[in-house]
Design a protein around this ligand. Structure first.
Ligand SMILES: [Fe+2]
Length: 156
């Protein structure tokens, strides 16, 4: 964004990085809490609220500015690159890693295999529980996104 949108892109990217850092720190804290505890549930609500806000910002503000600036072909290439990168990123929060490239990328690549080993030994929900949760989230996220879009339209 900084490269293609100048000062406005830098401002948006800095804002996004601050929100990324905040989520990383909260996720790191969440990992230390007992799932089902009141503190865990409250922090999860805070994290989800901030993620909804962040995702809406990226989809409503950032991408509509960026896409025309880079063009359709570059946009498709960026989407492909993002999909590939998602397979290599750490699966746990690492708030101490700098959130600027290339350090974020390099240190993230070093942490990712360690995360995968930790994940291997962690207990996870069953396939059935995952399926039920995904189904519930699909409806909840859709309803929430529609509600946020309607509220945004009303505020204009
Ligand atoms: Fe983001």
């Amino acid at each position: 964004m900084e490269k293609h949108l100048g000062d406005k892109g830098r401002e948006l990217a800095d804002h996004d990085r601050r929100e990324h850092q905040s989520v990383k720190e909260r996720l790191y804290k969440l990992e230390s809490l007992q799932p089902g505890s009141e503190e865990y549930d409250q922090l999860m609500i805070v994290i989800m609220d901030s993620l909804h806000h962040h995702n809406d910002d990226e989809e409503i503000k950032d991408l509509p500015l960026l896409e025309p600036a880079i063009g359709e072909q570059a946009s498709k290439q960026a989407a492909q690159s993002f999909k590939k990168t998602k397979k290599l990123v750490p699966t746990r929060a690492h708030p101490a890693i700098p959130n600027m490239p290339p350090f974020e990328t390099l240190l993230g690549l070093l942490e990712a295999p360690i995360d995968k080993i930790k994940d291997w030994f962690a207990s996870f929900p069953t396939e059935e529980e995952m399926k039920d949760a995904k189904e519930e989230l699909k409806h909840r996220d859709h309803d929430a996104a529609a509600g946020r879009a309607a509220a945004e339209a009303e505020n204009r």
